[in-house]
Structure formats: C-alpha cells, structure tokens
Design a binder for this molecule. Structure first.
Ligand SMILES: *Cc1c(COP(=O)(O)O)cnc(C)c1O
Length: 371
C-alpha cells in the first residue's frame, strides 16, 4: 500500500453512492450516517449537484483569481447576504478557511493573541493546528505558531482583553464529540470581545450548511460573529472553503494579503450554489430539525445508550465504553456508517436528506449492536 499511513482506515472500498446509501466494491450496501464527516449534506451524488458540476466542468474549469468567474461572484453574494453581510474569501478546505481567519484577525489587531477553547478542532495546517489544543495532535509537531491561548471555554470571557486579536470557537464542537456551547457563554464571549475591540470568529466548518437545523449554527444561539469559516458541506462533496467576513472587518484584507491558486473556481462554486439552492429553504431545514429530534429521542430510548445530545443532525450518544469497536462493528456487521469521537462517544452525521424510515432503520441496527 503506497498511501501515506496518516489515517486509520477500515478495509472497505466504496465504489458508488446514492442518497444515504453507499455501495462497496463487492456490491454490499451501507447506510451512511457519517456523510463523509459532514460533507455529503445532500447525500451522495445528489442530482442537482451532479448536473450543476457536469454542466460547469464542460464549460470552464479554472481561470485563477487574476480574473472573475460568474459562479464564484454569485456564491460570494449568496453567502454574505444570507449571513454576515460583508465580503467572502474563498479557499479549499476548513483548515485553510481558519488560516485565512487567523491572518484576518492578526492584521486587524497586530500581534494580538488568539484565544481558543479546550477540545477545539480547527484543522491540521500549522496555524489551524496551533488553534487545536489537543496534545496528541500538536506535540509531535512542536514548535507551533506562537500567540495562541487555550483555556476551558467558560474561562474565555474573563481572558479577553486589549491584547486579544480574536476568540476562535466552534458553536458546537464537532471532532471532540458534539459538545454544544452554552448560548449564554457565547453571549458573554461576544460582550467581552465587543468591550475589548477583539474579533469573534465562529468556526462553522462542520456546523454550517444546515447541519444543525438552521443554515448556520449561530442563528440558533442569538450571537452574531464578526466572521465565520465554512468548508465541509459547502461544496456537496467537492473541496471548497470560505471565510465570510462581516461588516466590521470587511476592509481589513487588501490586495496581496492572502490568496490561493485553486480557490473559488467555477466548478466548486457551481456545486456550492446547487447545494445552497436545496438547503437554504425553511421547509428543508425544518425537516433537518425533525429528523434530528427523531434520531436523538430514538437513541435515548436504546438500552446501552447512557445519554444523547445534538443540534439538528449533528448528534452524539454516550455509551459505557468501547465506542471505537462499536463503530467498527456497526460498519462490518450492521453495514451502518457512524464514527466514534472518543472511547465512550458515538457520533451521527447523516445526510440532511435522511428520511424517518432511514433514521428508524439506523436505530434498529444500533439496537442490535448494543444488545
Ligand atoms: C473538519 C473541521 C476543520 C478542518 O477542515 P479540513 O477541511 O479537514 O481542513 C476545521 N474546523 C472544524 C470545526 C472541522 O470540523
């Protein structure tokens, strides 16, 4: 095997996908409750995304950011008008969106510190990794980028001061196990940032694009950030990231400050527009909340589930132990794709198009595993 061993992979090769179902190289079907880690929010090969991409790929694939391309200009305007106003910087991944955010807030307050929460996950590149205070991920790669302060989330408001460039935080922590930030805490962080003239940046790479039952998670919290980062579900399976910069910071970046050769290309932008056409719809989002509730309540009733938590279709269940083994058995025995974010935590991120029958089917498969 000549792939670099940076992932602990299961020995399964997928060959095709449709909706919430993936098919492996032996023709075996799996129910997907992970969505490529919150990427395939419209399921696999959604016809609207496929046809938007097919059409664009035959017309124009790449022109560089020395010029405009129409799908990208339209996408920027759609994202900004449906969120923070301001302007949008495009990139190709979640880590890169956070890198852009870090450069933005540093330029706005030179040499200022960036405060992050314990158990945060912001990505694997050096800046994003420096904002990801997890010993196992950081330690082998020291020295990291200076200027980051990591504390338990509840301590953040009292730490924000004149030397703070920004607080970078996930409204719901994803990779560390669907840890929902208390809206009152986020409001306190907002006030502290306002008082200190610091920026508040939400990492919505995982929570955005309808995952939590509103287009953006911040809409449910009642706190508006100065900027937010997006990726994962944005391109319906194609790699695209974005930093949406609200009014307050929209004039910080100037020509030459940042860039990316591939970013905001016409194909990925067309894909994202097609995804937004489906997701940015109140009836669709109500369905996400409804199926999320169904999954959450169903999990709470399962023997062996100690507790469950979630927002929309971003859900986790606590079990007594052996969660990684359970996730593996779910895949190999029950043909249900889920993952474990820790020794006692199972995470569920089904496509947002999941039906009530598929939620019930997944619950039945988990019930079998736990019994
Ligand atoms: C996945 C994730 C990232 C990193 O995204 P990549 O595309 O893997 O670089 C950053 N922040 C959050 C909250 C994520 O869930």
């Amino acid at each position: 095997m000549t792939l670099a061993p940076t992932y602990a992979r299961y020995d399964v090769t997928f060959q095709s996908g449709s909706g919430c179902v993936l098919t492996d190289s032996d023709g075996v079907e799996y129910l997907d409750f992970l969505s490529g880690i919150a990427v395939n929010n419209l399921g696999h090969c959604h016809p609207a995304v496929v046809s938007a991409v097919q059409e664009q790929v035959g017309r124009l694939m790449h022109v560089s950011n020395l010029f405009y391309n129409a799908p990208n200009v339209e996408l920027a305007s759609r994202l900004a008008s449906r969120s923070l106003g301001g302007v949008v910087f495009f990139c190709n991944s979640g880590a890169e969106a956070n890198e852009a955010a870090l450069k933005l807030v540093r330029k706005a307050r030179p040499r200022g510190d960036i405060i992050v929460a314990h158990n945060a996950f912001h990505g694997r590149t050096y800046g994003a990794l420096s904002a990801t205070p997890q010993e196992a991920k950081q330690a082998p790669f020291a020295p990291l980028v200076p200027g980051f302060i990591a504390v338990p989330a509840h301590e953040i408001p009292s730490l924000v001061g004149a030397g703070t460039a920004a607080v970078l935080i996930e409204p719901v922590q994803g990779e560390s196990g669907v840890n929902i930030m208390d809206p009152a805490l986020l409001a306190a962080i907002r006030s502290a940032c306002d008082a200190a003239g610091a920026a508040l940046v939400f990492d919505e790479v995982q929570t955005g694009m309808g995952r939590t039952g509103t287009l953006w998670a911040y809409e449910q919290v009642g706190v508006v950030p100065d900027a937010m980062t997006l990726a994962k579900g944005l391109g319906g399976g194609l790699p695209i990231g974005a930093l949406v910069i609200g009014e307050r910071l929209k004039d910080v970046f100037a020509p030459g400050d940042h860039g990316s050769t591939f970013a905001g290309g016409p194909v990925v932008s067309s894909a994202a527009l097609a995804v937004l056409d489906v997701i940015d719809d109140e009836a669709f989002l109500a369905g996400v909340r409804e199926q999320g509730e169904r999954l959450l309540e169903g999990l709470r009733e399962l023997p062996g589930v100690l507790s469950a938590r979630g927002r929309g279709l971003m859900v986790a269940a606590e079990v007594a132990g052996g969660a990684p083994e359970l996730a593996k058995r779910a895949l190999l025995e029950e043909r249900l794709i889920i993952n474990a974010t820790g020794p006692t935590t199972l995470r569920f991120l089904p496509p947002l198009i999941v039906t009530a029958e598929q939620v019930d089917d997944a619950l039945a498969r988990i019930r079998k595993l736990l019994s």
